[in-house]
Design a protein around this ligand. Structure first.
Ligand code: NAD
Length: 248
């Protein structure tokens, strides 16, 4: 039970990696607050022991403060929410850009700012606390076609992660980023289905993975648990790639 007695908030926990993380963290003994804007998806998590759900839109500044007020002090925070804008720089409207910045990076700033004081109180008692921010291999690590707004905002996640890690390194509060390869999740399936040729689109996603397959969410959860738990107590400020060798 690597997360016993730990209270964890996870954003975008309705589906995909956030959902898998919520279930895996609860199985490791954590008290998990699973949040999302998809109420139906949240309902399906309510029966899982160790999980409580909350409707939470990460772009809502007032809701962020209200949630920090309501919840107990956190040991761990997994900022998982993010959206993919598909397009080159010529396709990104100001509205597309603003939405990507809002969901992918401003939310992390606000949520971290709201919850860090409580996490520092926990770290004073337990000696440790951990923030995990969802980035991507598509960031400052590697450029991909049609990922201007996405890659820029996921690169910003790495800058935020390192800055937070540096500011709190002496307190026991750590901050790392997860950089997955292409993971088979509902939103990826949506991107494949909305491509002009979905069969070719799936082949193209698989072709960029040198292991010859997409990642599953279960390929990610061991690293997520590692980074949230005290197993990674000497790791901070790092961009951890779990990409099946794309960036070798
Ligand atoms: P997903 O995209 O299938 O699901 C995302 C969840 O986010 C949904 O449940 C949705 O309701 C929720 N959501 C959307 N907007 C929200 C908001 N404003 N507030 C709260 N919740 C919101 O899941 P995924 O593919 O596992 O993606 C999760 C994260 O992982 C994202 O940050 C994504 O950029 C990142 N990521 C995904 C991949 C991939 O290949 N799937 C690769 C690297 C990084």
């Amino acid at each position: 039970m690597r997360l016993k007695d730990k209270t964890i908030l996870i954003t975008a926990a309705g589906q995909g990696m956030g959902r898998a993380a919520a279930i895996a963290c609860a199985a490791e003994g954590a008290q998990v607050y699973a949040t999302d804007v998809n109420r139906e998806a949240l309902e399906t998590l309510e029966a899982v022991e160790g999980i409580q759900t909350r409707y939470f839109d990460v772009t809502d500044a007032a809701a962020t403060l209200a949630l920090a007020e309501e919840l107990p002090d956190l040991d761990c925070l997994f900022n998982c929410a993010g959206i993919v804008h598909h397009g080159t720089i010529l396709d990104v409207s100001d509205a597309d850009w603003d939405l990507s910045v809002s969901v992918n990076i401003t939310s992390m700033l606000r949520i971290s700012r709201a919850f860090i004081p409580g996490m520092l109180r926990r770290a004073e008692i337990t000696g440790t606390a951990s923030i995990l921010n969802m980035s991507s291999m598509a960031s400052s690590i590697k450029g991909f076609p049609f990922r201007t707004a996405y890659g820029a905002t996921k690169a910003a996640v790495l800058g935020l992660t390192k800055a937070v890690a540096a500011d709190f390194v002496s307190t026991g509060l750590r901050c790392n980023a997860l950089c997955p390869g292409t993971v088979d999740t509902p939103s990826l399936q949506g991107r494949i289905a909305s491509a002009p040729d979905p069969v070719q689109a799936e082949k193209d996603f698989i072709a960029r993975q040198p292991m010859g397959r997409l990642a599953t969410v279960d390929d990610m959860t061991p690293t997520i648990i590692h980074l949230l738990s005290d197993d990674s107590r000497f790791v901070t400020g790092q961009a951890i790639l779990v990409d099946g060798g794309v960036t070798i």
